[in-house]
Every structure is written in structure tokens, then in C-alpha cells.
Design a protein around this ligand. Structure first.
Ligand SMILES: *Cc1c(COP(=O)(O)O)cnc(C)c1O
Length: 336
């Protein structure tokens, strides 16, 4: 099977497993795990924030960000296709008691005008909007990079309106590598940012939330309350550290393979969105029929946004695999 369902399906390499086995550990709830501490410092430095906190999933680190940026009864604003709105099990309402206001925008972007229009005047009828959540790269938009100028503009608009800004940067390093811009350039415009080591960077588990010292100090209590306080977490944090140190630059290879895959699908007759990073969206009248036909050919893909099948390139995919996928796609084209 060639598994292109997600970049989360990668298995830790021998070298990564060795780093895990050899990692010094301690009790991280006491702040005594040297490997977790090193990882948190490394990632904070990498993205230009004062501090970072390690958590078990991107959902949790996003939700800690949401919790820290709001109070019960307030409102968060986010793209209608965003991960936080669609794929985090209703957590903003469940864990933080906030209402989510979905906003429209092409390619996962939110324009300053759209944001301004969504923030009403102060009025007792309204839930006070307090946090804007942005996403880069944008998953449902096919791994689209949030252009830095647009990002800075909408973040500045949010500040002018009195809102905080959180960035869901699950694939922020894909954006950085694709655009040739340091990840910190986006992070400079936000209060909190969540980044994942378990996506394209290839770690088996782990995400981090970064922000200023005071915010991350508060985050430790929230993480505990959400059930994310882990003990000798250095065993897994070592994999994340390895991923951030060794696997950022090579994301370019995933992007190259995604382009190759998209070209192959185009030649085979499919309608394809040109990929900016490692996600390829292929149009399908019947997504399940295409997925089933490909699975019979030994190729696994997943659902993209409605009407699209999603293929994701990653660390465990080689260019020979891409050729095989394209051949399989050509064979099934007539049948779907
Ligand atoms: C994967 C992902 C997350 C976090 O997912 P977890 O599975 O909880 O780690 C958050 N945002 C985006 C855009 C994602 O793709």
C-alpha cells in the first residue's frame, strides 16, 4: 500500500528511534525533563517566541491557545474551512465555552474587510469577539501558504479591533520552506502559535504552543487541566526535537513530489488544484468511488474539502511511489 492519506502516517526512522531511546528524561509536570525543556527552548528560538510548551497533539495546543485568548461567553473568529472550526470536535465550545464565528474567504484567507465587518459595535446582545484564529498552511485550501503581507495586514486589523491572534501552524514549516520565508516572520504578528512535529516533520507524536513567557506560564496550568501534563515525556519529545532539527529543510522534497503527483493527475485527465506545498486536491464527482477504486490499486488517499480527494506527500513516500500512484490513477480514470 502507498499511503497518501496524511503526513501523519509516517513511522519514526531508526535514527529517530535511537534519539528517543537515548534521551535523558525526568518528570515534566515538575518541569524536570531535560529533553522536553530542550525541545521547548529549541522551538521557541526557531520561531522567535519567548517560550513554548510541549503537548500531545495539535488539537490540544490549539485549544490551549484558544483558552488563553478568551473567556467564557466570548467569541472567536476563524475561517469557515479552518481546522479549529471543523476538525477539533467542537472543542472551543466544549473546553472554553466560546462561540465560533466562521468567516468566508478564498484560499483560507480572511481579509481585513471581512474581519472588520464581522466585529460589531459593542452591544449587550453580542458575544464579545476577542480572538482571531488564522491557519498556515491552510489544510482545506490544499496546503495554501498564507502570504506574509496579507497575514500581517489582517493581524494588524485584529489588533486595531482589540482582538488577540492565534496561529494554527500545524504545517507552518511547509509554508516557510515553500515561500522561502522564516517561520518567525509570520509568528511575529501573533500572540500564540501552535506547531506540529507529527505532520510533515515525521515525529510520531507531539505539538508545541509558543508565545511570551507569561502566556506560556499560564499555558502549563491549562495543559494540566486539559489532561496533557505528561511525565517522562522526553522519550517522545526526543522524536520531536529530532524532527525539528533534521526534517524541516527536506520538506522541499515533499513539495517536489506533490508537484509531480499533480502533474501526473492532470495528464491522466483529472482536475487538480496546483499544490503550493505537500497537499494535492483532486476533484472528484464521487469521492468515495475514487477512493475505493484507488484502494483496490494499492493507493490510499483521503477526503479533502467537499468534492475533492486529498493526497499528501511525506517522509515515507519516494518518487517511485508517485509514479505508481499516477499509473494507478490513469487506470481508474475511466471507471470513476
Ligand atoms: C493536523 C492539524 C492539526 C492538529 O491535529 P492533531 O491531530 O490534533 O495533532 C491542527 N491544525 C491543522 C491545520 C491540522 O492539519
Amino acid at each position: 500500500m502507498i499511503d497518501l492519506r496524511s503526513d501523519t502516517v509516517t513511522k519514526p526512522s531508526e535514527e529517530m528511534r535511537r534519539a528517543m531511546a537515548e534521551a535523558p528524561v525526568g518528570d515534566d509536570v515538575y518541569g524536570e525533563d531535560p529533553t522536553v525543556n530542550r525541545l521547548e527552548e529549541y522551538v521557541a528560538d526557531l520561531i522567535g517566541k519567548e517560550a513554548a510548551i510541549y503537548g500531545p497533539s495539535g488539537t490540544m495546543t490549539n485549544q490551549i491557545g484558544v483558552h488563553l485568548g478568551t473567556r467564557r461567553g466570548e467569541e472567536i473568529l476563524l475561517h469557515e474551512q479552518s481546522h479549529i472550526f471543523n476538525y477539533e470536535a467542537g472543542a472551543p465550545a466544549l473546553l472554553s465555552g466560546v462561540q465560533s464565528r466562521p468567516l468566508l474567504g478564498d484560499g483560507g484567507l480572511i481579509s481585513p474587510d471581512t474581519l472588520r465587518a464581522a466585529v460589531g459595535p459593542e452591544n449587550d446582545h453580542f458575544a464579545p469577539p476577542t480572538l482571531l484564529c488564522l491557519e498556515n498552511t491552510h489544510n482545506a485550501a490544499g496546503g495554501a501558504v498564507y502570504p506574509l503581507d496579507d497575514f500581517a495586514e489582517v493581524a494588524a486589523e485584529a489588533r486595531g479591533l482589540g482582538l488577540g491572534v492565534h496561529l494554527d501552524g500545524a504545517r507552518l514549516f511547509n509554508a516557510a520552506v515553500a515561500a522561502g520565508i522564516e517561520a518567525r516572520e509570520w509568528c511575529e504578528h501573533v500572540d500564540t502559535v501552535s506547531v506540529c512535529s507529527s505532520k510533515g516533520l515525521g515525529a510520531p507524536v507531539g505539538s508545541l504552543l509558543a508565545g511570551d513567557e507569561a502566556t506560556i506560564r499560564r499555558a502549563r496550568r491549562v495543559r494540566k487541566a486539559f489532561g496533557g501534563g505528561m511525565r517522562q515525556a522526553g522519550t517522545i519529545a526526543a522524536a520531536s526535537l529530532f524532527a525539528f532539527e533534521k526534517n524541516v529543510e527536506r520538506l522541499e522534497e515533499d513539495h517536489d513530489l506533490a508537484r509531480l503527483l499533480a502533474e501526473g493527475f492532470l495528464e491522466a485527465g483529472y482536475e487538480v488544484e496546483a499544490p503550493e506545498t505537500n497537499l494535492v486536491l483532486v476533484k472528484a464527482d464521487d469521492e468515495n468511488a475514487l477512493l475505493e477504486a484507488l484502494a483496490k490499486e494499492g493507493v490510499l488517499a483521503g477526503h479533502g474539502r467537499k468534492g475533492y480527494v486529498r493526497f499528501v506527500t511525506h517522509l515515507d513516500v519516494a518518487s517511485e511511489d508517485i509514479e505508481k500512484v499516477v499509473e494507478a490513477a490513469s487506470r481508474v480514470f475511466a471507471s470513476v
